[in-house]
Design a protein around this ligand. Sequence first.
Ligand code: FES
Length: 176
Amino acid sequence: MGTRATPERSQTADGSAHPSGDDRFRYLDAAMKRHRYRPDALIEVLHTAQELFGYLEPDLLRYVARGLRLPPSRVFGVATFYHLFTFTPRGEHTCTVCTGTACYVKGADALLGVVEQITGTHPGMTTADSRISLETARCVGACGLAPIVVFDGKVVGQMTPEQLAERVKGWLDHGT
Ligand code: FES
């Protein structure tokens, strides 16, 4: 196997400015370089990209694909498989429904359905008015209080569909 060629835009990893003028690409390039542009570092690199940019837009995914010499379809496939990644800018509020086993058994699916119905969004998406981002989590470590919903980072247990609907409608109607 031949030596892996340096990706097109990796010259920015040496500290020079990215053509877009966006400094965050320099850090993203540095992360890819640190992983030696290994395709198996994809998830770590996607994490870094999300931390830097807040969410993974299609151009950013294509940029990572180019850097790691992976087909864009593979990068899109991996990014959408994991619930850790988000593809639109975050809304004012974030509602995370835990869909881990304990929460699932206690009705997480119904809870998720309530938020989807009220907001018209799906996990990983944000409402058109940028009010609410909907996320899911595998387990937030509070299984004893299942089902769990996290509102703007605050963990709330034993959630009922009615309480959830009230909270989400409040965010949509008054922003609180
Ligand atoms: S499964 Fe939901 S908190 Fe553990």
